[in-house]
Ligand binder design. Structure first.
Ligand code: ATP
Ligand code: SF4
Ligand code: MG
Length: 338
């Protein structure tokens, strides 16, 4: 098996908040090999984007990041901002959801490409830069005749594809795509997923695909990581996790997607917790139908079962009778307020 290109160990991110630090990412560990696509899913506010940006060292002023992100043999979080910026672009690329916020409306598309390539690959001649840019645009279905247009002359879907082409012109080894298709219509979404599949075939980058859409995960990802309240509570190959989810949150998330048979949407009761004062023990316990006494008292251990792993006391052995005692709903609210 090839070595991971990205090795993330115990990463934590805190934001400064008026009521105390917001623990948005709390001890995340995973690895990605070249050519592998990992889908990152979970309800809104559970820390997906914070994690995606944190891996690139992008945290806002006042926020703190801790842990280890090893990329291509280098420990990123120990590097200076300048050193990290050198790696971003040719090494790692982040594709955001809102393309307009990242393309300068006063610059032609050609200028955007020249700027990016000039910074990261200064040895390329002008004509080589142009060839590289046109190749990237063509692979995303943008005709060369549009090279000198301005961002506002394109549709939203085209701008999104241009953003992706800009990121891909540098052939990054690691791509973080944060909900790249959420604002797009179904056709453009399908195009972008096809493009990601093509890129995998041609130069095999590792991809972290952040999405709310479990259908996209089923279609485009090899593995899936389920995030809840700042932690990855379950991860494994998509086929295994979808066929036999081990963690009650994953089970609830899978049930919450519309069933084609019944056309019913079962949303998960309750809401994700406040990350300033998260619940003790397992953060999911106030919403979990299987919660036991131990779930309130202690963080669940990571249990590895073959290729799948999940953090849940239900999977642990050797619990005492007192620890296994089912939690009553009224106890949950008391525990929560404590
Ligand atoms: N700049 C910030 N300052 C303070 N708190 C923040 C900031 N950005 C995000 N948060 C908080 O951090 C937590 C995680 O937010 P994040 O945007 O990472 O979630 P997400 O999983 O990407 O959500 P979504 O699915 O809605 O995009 C949330 O509680 C959010 O309110
Ligand atoms: S550890 Fe307990 S509360 Fe958490 S998901 Fe498992 S059973 Fe539910
Ligand atoms: Mg997000």
């Amino acid at each position: 098996m090839t070595a991971p290109v990205v090795d993330v160990h115990d990463v934590r991110v805190w934001y400064a908040g008026p009521n105390g630090p917001v623990q948005a990412v709390d001890g995340v560990t995973f690895a990605l090999r070249p050519g592998e696509v990992l889908g990152l899913v979970g309800e809104s506010g559970c820390g997906k984007s914070t994690l995606g940006r944190g891996l690139m060292g992008l945290v806002p002023r006042g926020a703190a990041i801790d842990g280890d992100v090893e990329f291509d043999g280098r420990h990123l979080l120990g590097l200076s901002k300048k050193e990290r910026e050198k790696i971003r672009g040719p090494g790692m690329a982040l594709i955001f959801q809102e393309p307009m916020t990242r393309l300068d409306p006063l610059m032609k598309i050609s200028d955007h490409f020249t700027e990016v390539l000039h910074v990261h690959e200064p040895k390329l001649s002008k004509s080589e830069m142009r060839d590289r840019a046109l190749d990237a645009l063509r692979s995303l279905g943008i005709p060369p005749t549009r090279y000198d247009n301005y961002p506002h002359e394109f549709s939203g879907g085209m701008r999104q594809r241009i953003m992706i082409a800009l990121a891909l012109a540098l052939r990054p080894k690691f791509i973080i795509a944060d909900e790249p298709t959420t604002a797009l219509d179904v056709l453009v979404e399908a195009q972008i997923l096809n493009i990601l599949a093509d890129i995998r075939q041609t130069y095999a980058p590792a991809i972290l695909l952040i999405t709310h859409n479990l259908g996209i995960v089923a279609e485009a990802c090899d593995r899936v990581a389920v995030m809840y309240a700042g932690r990855i509570v379950e991860q494994g190959p998509v086929r295994d996790v979808f066929a036999k989810p081990r963690h009650p949150y994953t089970q609830a998330l899978l049930r919450s997607t519309i069933s084609l048979k019944t056309q019913e949407l079962n949303s998960i009761a309750g809401a994700p917790p406040d990350l300033v004062r998260p619940p003790t023990g397992c953060r999911f316990h106030p919403r979990c139908a299987h919660a036991m006494q131990v779930c309130v008292d202690k963080l669940p251990p990571l249990i590895v079962e073959g290729v799948q792993q999940a953090e849940c006391w239900l999977l642990a052995s050797g619990l005492s009778e007192a620890q296994r005692r089912p939690l009553q709903r009224e106890e949950v609210s008391v525990a929560d307020e404590a």
